[in-house]
Design a protein around this ligand. Structure first.
Ligand code: C2E
Ligand code: MG
Ligand code: MG
Ligand code: MG
Length: 283
């Protein structure tokens, strides 16, 4: 970078802006074709039960394997897919792929675990979403109790009454519902009680600061206590260190997910990870 005179700063800014706009157009334009050609993969991050450190679940996380740009993270293209409406076919692909993967793992003989899939706002607003999920579960032969949807507070709060109805629709199918990134949105405690959800997933930002900021720790501790008294399961995302793990353990958190255990893995690596972790011991 050139010296940061006011003039140069201006150009640096403009260049970045142009690059961003360019990337936006390129990615957005390629998305439809990418869906047709299935240029996507799912990676799976293990969810670990705190008490015995067993793998009890997996979160499916999408990546775009772009022919020229390589691996693109969901934060870069999910918003584009939302804008264009392409999130609807893409979202259905994710659910089907994740269910098939779960079935494949089961067939290879590992202990049953739960698969979680993220939804985005536009998908959540889709009128026939519950029917679509039911259809895919039937088609792939996945029992609904092994399937979970992750939703965010803002999605649920956009139209709270309609959300409650939709969540009840999912509950009738027998699957479980989780609030993702909990603590970053604006859902009120009054609504938390009304939403038929089973799991709270504490946002990574709170976990990141654990042990570094006593106010933050107090929030995490209180969130876990509140979840427990509402009979919700609590999971912490973004757990990277043993000391974060130990604090969460002390607060009564039930599950963790994060780099301390594993990054998101491709299907094959996940299977290897599971086989190496869930060691069968004989008494
Ligand atoms: P999320 O659902 O909150 O997923 C957690 C993100 O944190 C993932 O990023 C994961 O790789 C990352 N992560 C996990 N453990 C750690 C850790 O210990 N440290 C750090 N620094 N990061 C960690 P990823 O895969 O890039 O996904 C980003 C977001 O994109 C997701 O956030 C989710 O909102 C969205 N997303 C991913 N896949 C899908 C999908 O299939 N459909 C929809 N609608 N959204 C998706
Ligand atoms: Mg998630
Ligand atoms: Mg999250
Ligand atoms: Mg997140």
């Amino acid at each position: 970078r050139a010296k940061s005179t006011g003039h140069n700063m201006y150009f640096v800014y403009e260049n970045n802006m142009a690059e961003n706009i360019d990337a936006h157009l390129t990615l957005g334009g390629g998305l439809r074709k990418a869906i047709e050609e299935e240029q996507f993969v799912l990676h799976y991050q293990p969810k670990i039960r705190l008490c015995d450190e067993e793998v009890v679940g997996a979160e499916a996380l999408i990546r775009w394997v772009h022919p020229e740009l390589g691996m693109i993270s969901p934060d870069q293209f999910i918003p584009l897919a939302e804008e264009s409406g392409l999130i609807l076919p893409l979202g259905e692909w994710v659910i089907r792929r994740a269910c098939r993967q779960l079935k494949e793992w089961r067939e290879s003989g590992v202990a049953p675990i739960k698969m979680s899939v993220n939804l985005s706002s536009r998908q959540f607003m889709q009128a026939d979403l519950v029917d679509m999920v039911e259809r895919v579960l039937q088609e792939t032969g996945v029992e609904p109790e092994y399937f979970e949807l992750e939703l965010t507070e803002s999605m649920l709060m956009a139209d709270a009454q309609q959300s409650i109805d939709k969540l009840h629709g999912f509950r009738k199918l027998g699957l479980t519902l989780s609030i993702d990134d909990f603590g970053t949105g604006y859902s009120s405690l009054a609504y938390l009680k009304k939403f038929p959800i089973q799991t709270l997933k504490i946002d990574r930002s709170f976990i990141n600061d654990l042990g570094l900021d006593s106010d933050n720790d107090a929030i995490v501790k209180a969130t876990i206590a509140m979840a427990k008294s509402l009979n919700l399961k609590v999971i912490a995302e973004g757990v990277e260190t043993r000391s974060q793990f130990d604090l969460l353990d002390g607060y009564g958190c039930q599950e963790v997910q994060g780099y301390l255990f594993s990054k998101p893995l491709c299907g094959e690596d996940f299977l290897r990870y599971m086989s190496s972790q869930n060691v069968v011991t004989f008494a």
